[in-house]
Structure formats: structure tokens, C-alpha cells
Design a protein around this ligand. Structure first.
Ligand SMILES: C[S@@+](CC[C@H](N)C(=O)[O-])C[C@H]1O[C@@H](n2cnc3c(N)ncnc32)[C@H](O)[C@@H]1O
Length: 371
């Protein structure tokens, strides 16, 4: 059990049961399962709603014009450089950077030379506004067309889709502190020699593994051509293309063709497995089964990060209800509870399952092995 490294609650169990007791520091259930009181939400950051609203609109404007990746506390950037890079008028950029400075999100290094850098609270605020931006921006089509979804979900689902880029960006903002660090810690602890990431996105996590373990190799599988290109570009930037295989394929295809799992000692899936449920449950089962078979040969482990539905403890219940309702009602997805995940792993050949509750409300990291 680890309470100091961002883990909010952790249970190791062979029976797949969990405790929801939240009002004590630690509780051990009769089944031997331990749950730790999670403490404050969002890694302890508490911002007034007005600050979050203000920062949300300012930083989302910056994201839409492509400026945010250029802003960091460590690097000074000039309005002139931004104007050239983003192909925008310098005067408009200065106005925007001055607004960020007034908000306390940036600092002016030299007014005459138009030099700016992010303030010390920039990253922390980006993390906090990630929640607002994911719920309201990334899910905007659902909110705007809510009435149509209430009248006919099937028609509205076919018609209205979320912007994948907005989902990726806002997930990154939320996850930077609330789910990636825990997944990274657990994966690094496993010291992977061959890491397969199913639904890898831009292969951010995989590339971190390759950089941390110079002899390791990896496979980034994703259905999106854009994500695969981003993974390839990122690997090229840091010089790991010789150790990274990028595969543009669906996770579903691993059910009938599991060759890419061969030799893997860590197989990971981050917030992607629920996309197969409920419509493709046999395929979902087959992918888990094939993973268990491949990992049995290397004594490896499977790690899955996903959202648990309608969690009821006070820390998580509001955000969990939003995530669950959005997935169930608007997207027609079935999220699995901790117990259901445990059952799925077990019925597909895994023998020991561990569940860690993440700082990200409703987020769970499952580690499963087949002994
Ligand atoms: C929510 S993102 C998560 C990305 C990454 N795992 C992370 O945690 O940052 C989901 C990713 O899975 C990919 N994806 C969704 N459905 C997929 C499928 N059926 N097969 C393969 N990739 C899929 C998407 O293109 C996207 O890159």
C-alpha cells in the first residue's frame, strides 16, 4: 500500500472486492482488502470557481490558436516569434499575453521586447481547468444537442461526434497530475523489456518507457492515423524509432490476430477498453484472454486504466456521475465497476488482480497477472 506517491486508494485482493469506506485513513475489510482515505481532490489543488472559469476561457483561447505548447515556466518566448510561428498578428498576441499576465498565468519578462513566460501557477491551473474543459468543451456536442439525444439516442449518436483532438488535449491536462504519474510509476516499477500499448494515442507513455529503459522495445497500437503519425513524429524527435513499432490497427483486431503481443512483458490500455462495451464483449474478452496467454510466457502483467461507473464516495461521486452519464447516455458505452473488471480478468485467465484508485475521480488502474 502506498499513500505518498499520488495513489489515492489502493487495494490488493484476490477476491476482487473493494471497500468504499472513505471516512477513515485506512480500512481493512473482512476479505483482507485495504482502502485508504483519499483526501482532497485534484492532487490537493483548490481554486475558487471564478478563478477556474477565468483561466478556462483564457487558456482555451490559447490552445485554439496553438500558443499553449510554446508557453512554459522554464522558457521565455517572444510575441514576435509566436506571430511568425502561429501566423498571427503580433499586436493581437501581445494583447492576449498581457491578459494572461493580468490573470497571473504568465509573466512579462520584457515589455519593450515583448518577452513572456508562463507563471509558476500555469501548469497547476492548466490541470484544474482540464476538468472544466473536458466536461464542457470536449463534450460540447452532447450538451448542445442534448434534446436530440433525449428524443432519439441512436439518431443523435450517428450525427454528433466529439472532437478527438479536444478529448486528447483536455485528457492530457487532467491526467498530467491525476492519472499519468500513477500509471507511469506502476509501469516503471515493472521494468518492461517489451511494452505494448493498446490505444496508445501519441505514444507519450510508451516513449517515456523507452527513454527510461534504453534496452526496451515497444509497440504503439492505435486505430487513428493521426495518433499514429503523432507517435511516429514523437519517436523521431527523441530518437527511439528503432525501438518503437507503430501499428495503425484496432484493438479488436488483436482478438483474432494477437501476434503483436508476442514477447510483451507489459501490456497496457489507457481509457480505451470501454470502447468495446457493450456491443463487442466477446472481442473484449478475447483481447484480454490473448493478453493473459502472451503474458504468461514472460511472467508479465497487464495494466488497464479506466473509469468506474457512478462511484458513490464523496470525493468522486460528482465527476464520476458526469463521466458515467456521458459514456452511458450519449455514447452508449458500458463502464465496468471494480468488481466487474476483476471478474473479467479472472474469467479470461488472469489469477491476481490489483486495483488502485487514482487521484482522477472515477479513475482506476488495474494490474493483472497470470501466475
Ligand atoms: C482516450 S485516448 C487515450 C490515449 C492513451 N492511452 C492515454 O492514456 O493517453 C484513446 C485512444 O485510443 C484510440 N482508440 C479508440 N478506440 C480504439 C480501438 N478500437 N482500437 C485502437 N485504438 C483505439 C484513440 O484513437 C485514442 O488515441
Amino acid at each position: 500500500m502506498d499513500v505518498d506517491s499520488g495513489i489515492i486508494s489502493k487495494m490488493t485482493t484476490n477476491v476482487g472486492r473493494v471497500s468504499e469506506k472513505q471516512d477513515v485513513d485506512a480500512a481493512i475489510g473482512s476479505d483482507g482488502l485495504t482502502a485508504v482515505n483519499p483526501g482532497p481532490t485534484e492532487s490537493g489543488h483548490i481554486h475558487p470557481a471564478a478563478d477556474i472559469g477565468g483561466a478556462a476561457v483564457l487558456l482555451n483561447v490559447g490552445e485554439r490558436i496553438g500558443l499553449l505548447p510554446h508557453l512554459s515556466e522554464g522558457a521565455v518566448v517572444s510575441a514576435k516569434f509566436l506571430a511568425q510561428t502561429l501566423d498571427l498578428p503580433e499586436s493581437s498576441l501581445v494583447e492576449y499575453l498581457q491578459a494572461l499576465t493580468c490573470a497571473g498565468l504568465a509573466e512579462c519578462v520584457s515589455e519593450t521586447r515583448g518577452l513572456y513566460r508562463a507563471s509558476s501557477c500555469f501548469e497547476e491551473m492548466l490541470h484544474s481547468i482540464g476538468y472544466v474543459s473536458w466536461t464542457l468543451n470536449a463534450n460540447r456536442p452532447f450538451v448542445e444537442h442534448a434534446r436530440e439525444f433525449f428524443v432519439s439516442r441512436s439518431e443523435a449518436r450517428a450525427r454528433y461526434h466529439r472532437d478527438g483532438h479536444q478529448i486528447a488535449i483536455t485528457s492530457q491536462w487532467m491526467g498530467a497530475e491525476d492519472f499519468y504519474p500513477e500509471a507511469r510509476r506502476a509501469i516503471f516499477a515493472a521494468q518492461p523489456k517489451r511494452f505494448v500499448d493498446l490505444g496508445a494515442g501519441s505514444a507519450r507513455l510508451l516513449i517515456e518507457v523507452l527513454l527510461e529503459f534504453p534496452k526496451s522495445t515497444g509497440v504503439a497500437l492505435d486505430i487513428s492515423a493521426k495518433a499514429c503519425q503523432a507517435a511516429h513524429d514523437a519517436a523521431q524527435r527523441v530518437g527511439v524509432t528503432d525501438r518503437l513499432e507503430v501499428v495503425e490497427r484496432s484493438i479488436e483486431s488483436v482478438a483474432s490476430d494477437p501476434g503483436i503481443l508476442e514477447g510483451a512483458d507489459v501490456i497496457h490500455g489507457g481509457f480505451v477498453f470501454h470502447d468495446m462495451l457493450p456491443h463487442d464483449e466477446p472481442t473484449f474478452d478475447r483481447v484480454l484472454h490473448n493478453s493473459a496467454e502472451a503474458l504468461a510466457k514472460t511472467h508479465g502483467r497487464m495494466m488497464v486504466t479506466d473509469a468506474a461507473p457512478f462511484v458513490q464516495n464523496p470525493r468522486e461521486r460528482t465527476f464520476s456521475a458526469a463521466v458515467s452519464f456521458l459514456h452511458h447516455f450519449f455514447m452508449g458505452r458500458r463502464l465496468l465497476s471494480e468488481e466487474e473488471w476483476s471478474g473479467k480478468f479472472r474469467s479470461n485467465g488472469f489469477t491476481a488482480i490489483e486495483c488502485t484508485r487514482l487521484a482522477f475521480p472515477t479513475g482506476r488502474l488495474f494490474t493483472a497477472i497470470k501466475s
